[in-house]
Design a protein around this ligand. Structure first.
Ligand code: WT7
Length: 650
């Protein structure tokens, strides 16, 4: 990590948008950005009311913000329907024949839905949900492949005021079960499968497993996607297409309170139990709308593509809600970037004339490794703007993205944000901000970001500290579902009245923010958050495991790899077979992304005399092969020396 920081500090390459790009962009000069930023911080009510008025409200708010730290209410008293704003509004305003979603399945099947077709599908499905007993504020768990129906399901929930909670399709039955128990969902929406690297992921079987012993779920609605054979439980399971055939394609939407819950999305924290991040309607709607408008500079003739999955916050805010609020045409792709090979994305960009492309550094690094020939055989000249999200981008990957994909003419927006923030918080504005490889540059409108030291003082230029947000913003999380105490403790207890992001960062002399990475026990594996405690608790649930300690190590493609130190129960012999079994066990409990890359079986873990595992030493050990830090509190130094030998041998 320290090497990264040094390269950041000495980064002097800087790129400015072309005159042509700037001239057309919504924000075309730094002076304009600064003026608007100043207003957004000093007069947030004026700023956000103006933005909010661009969308449809059936009752206007009486107050823009009600802030009693750490609880915010935005657009108080206002009533709106976010689904109507994403879909119906465009049909009403004459954009009904415009393509909303251009979809490509992994096997190569294709479908385009116009805004009008989307409206009919969403209305039908809203009727299906209601006919199946789903009511306002009910929680609905969605476990779907990347098909248009994933967005349709989300929008239909929002339309009737139900709260969706999506579980990423790569997560296991156990993970679904935990989330069902926490959210007490009344319905599950899933599919008979989804395509991934040429195979079918049996989503329905995972749902069936998760539902064993469940008492809250009344209905499971199953989309037919792969013709994979599934078991349908009488009275509980129904087919999407059969239900949709029974109801009309029109649905009268009612408006909901601005603070009506919109969705819960679970994310990893520093304890074993994922946090249900709760977002509400009005503020989230305005933040996702404005960030797309200004940061992606979305316009009528754009073809936008975000390669995320709707199972993550990026898919919520920058596939379903933000782009549709802007009425843009977007590409959606079901499968893996390397199926049948790593040219798939570039083939899609070329075929549909993608103009705005948003992906993750881990994907970029995988493309670099796959070789430039796969890029060079495609015409990428339609692209005009590139984005990245999920983790700090290393300068080499940034330069490759800029030159090879963007042809040196496309600004890159490096967007920093989190599940909790709901929308992008730090990012260049493509028409004005000078960009540099590795920095998310400056705060978006209304984002009062700062870097503080442990005493709460603002850090000097280039000094590392903790990233905080000092004022509420419209799309901020409202709470952790069912756990106010954890909400306060996790985000609002470091500094009074300020949101702590959990990231370490520094600012350079020009005010650019350089994110260093998580400060808590959360790993970032391929741009996805993974709690070390979650992986540890999965490990110790295996019968052979006595104790486990998990840390991250730098990884060329994934950013961080998962390393597990495992001590076995008395009498259990270590073996390669057991190693595989333990890894698979973690995959089964959490999902494939959590499978440790390295597992070290050891007699003992390095502990302090009071019994705490010294993760700091393990982190250093896996990064450098040696542990050198302060070891005076260590119970037994030999444990560390033995581990050193193990790690060095590998
Ligand atoms: C964590 C949030 C936001 C959607 C994807 C991840 C890291 C995110 C960047 C970036 C450096 C980044 C942070 C953050 N992160 N974007 N542009 N530069 N780091 O959402 O799973 O909630 O994870 O991802 O560490 O805290 P998430």
């Amino acid at each position: 990590m320290s090497k990264n920081i040094e390269s950041h500090l000495s980064e002097d390459r800087e790129f400015k948008p072309s005159k042509e790009f700037s001239k057309k962009a919504r924000i075309s000069s730094m002076a304009q950005y600064k003026r608007m930023y100043k207003e957004s911080i000093e007069k947030p009510a004026t700023f956000w009311a103006r933005e909010a008025k661009e969308l449809q409200w059936s009752k206007q708010w009486t107050k823009v913000l009600d802030w009693k730290a750490p609880y915010a209410k935005w657009f108080v008293g206002g009533k709106t329907n976010i689904c109507v704003n994403c879909v119906d509004r465009h049909v009403e305003e004459g954009r009904g024949t415009k393509a909303a979603i251009i979809w490509e399945g992994e096997p190569g099947d294709k479908r385009t839905l116009t805004y009008q077709q989307l409206q009919r599908e969403v209305c039908r499905f809203a009727n299906v949900l209601q006919a199946n007993g789903v009511k306002s504020k009910d929680r609905v768990l969605i476990y779907m492949p990347m098909t248009p129906e994933a967005s349709i399901a989300m929008l239909a929930c929002a339309r009737i005021g139900a709260v969706h909670s999506i579980v990423f399709g790569g997560f296991s039955a156990e993970s679904i079960k935990d989330r069902l128990e926490d959210s007490k969902a009344v319905a599950v929406i899933t599919a008979d499968g989804g395509w991934r690297r040429g195979g079918v992921i049996d989503l329905k079987a995972n749902v069936d497993d998760a539902l064993k012993g469940d008492k809250t779920v009344k209905k499971v609605i199953v989309l037919k996607r792969t013709e994979n054979e599934v078991k349908m439980k009488r009275g509980r399971d129904v087919w999407w297409h059969e239900e949709a055939a029974k109801v009309p394609a029109t649905h009268k939407a009612r408006a909901f309170d601005s603070e009506h819950p919109l969705f819960i999305l679970y994310t990893s924290g520093s304890t074993g139990k994922p946090k249900g991040i709760l977002h509400t309607t009005g503020g989230y709607m305005i933040s996702t709308y404005t960030t797309c408008k200004y940061i992606f500079d979305m316009r009528d003739d754009d073809v936008y593509w975000c390669t995320a999955d709707v199972g993550w916050i990026t898919g919520h805010s920058y596939i379903t809600y933000g782009p549709m609020l802007n009425g843009v045409t977007q590409v959606m792709y079901e499968g893996a970037p390397n199926f049948p090979d790593f040219s798939r994305f570039w083939q899609i960009v070329e075929e549909y004339g993608v103009t705005i492309f948003y992906t993750a550094p881990t994907a970029i690094r995988a493309f670099i490794k796959a070789g430039d020939e796969l890029v060079e055989k495609h015409d990428l000249s339609s692209l005009r703007l590139l984005g990245t999200v999920g983790e700090p981008i290393n300068p080499e990957a940034w330069m490759w993205y800029y030159d090879k994909i963007g042809g040196g003419r496309c600004p890159i927006v490096d967007t920093w944000w989190q599940t909790e923030t709901g929308a992008i918080m730090l990012s260049p504005l493509p028409g004005c901000t000078p960009i540099k490889p590795g920095t998310a540059t400056l705060p978006f409108f209304g984002v009062d970001a700062a870097i503080l030291d442990e005493t709460g003082q603002e850090c000097k230029a280039n000094e590392g500290g903790r990233l905080v947000i000092r004022q509420p913003w419209p799309s901020m999380l409202r709470t952790i579902y069912g756990d106010k105490k954890r909400y306060k403790d996790t985000y609002w207890s470091d500094y009074s009245g300020m949101y702590t992001a959990g990231d370490g960062a520094r600012r350079d002399k020009k005010g650019n923010f350089w994110i260093v990475g998580r400060l808590d026990d959360v790993l970032n594996v391929s741009g996805h958050r993974l709690g070390t405690a979650e992986v540890e608790s999965a490990l110790v649930s295996h019968k052979a495991v006595a104790e486990a300690a998990v840390v991250g190590r730098p990884h060329d493609i994934k950013g961080q790899a998962v390393v597990a130190f495992v001590s076995l129960r008395a009498g259990v012999e270590s073996s390669d077979a057991l190693l595989k079994e333990v890894r698979d066990h973690v995959g089964k409990i959490i999902g494939a992304i959590a499978k440790p890359d390295d597992v070290y079986f050891t007699q003992a873990l390095p502990k302090t005399r009071s019994g705490k595992i010294m993760r700091r030493l393990l982190k250093e050990l896996v990064a450098t092969g040696k542990a050198t830090g302060n070891m005076t509190t260590l119970e037994d130094i030999n444990v560390v020396r033995n581990l050193e030998a193990l790690v060095q041998k590998k």
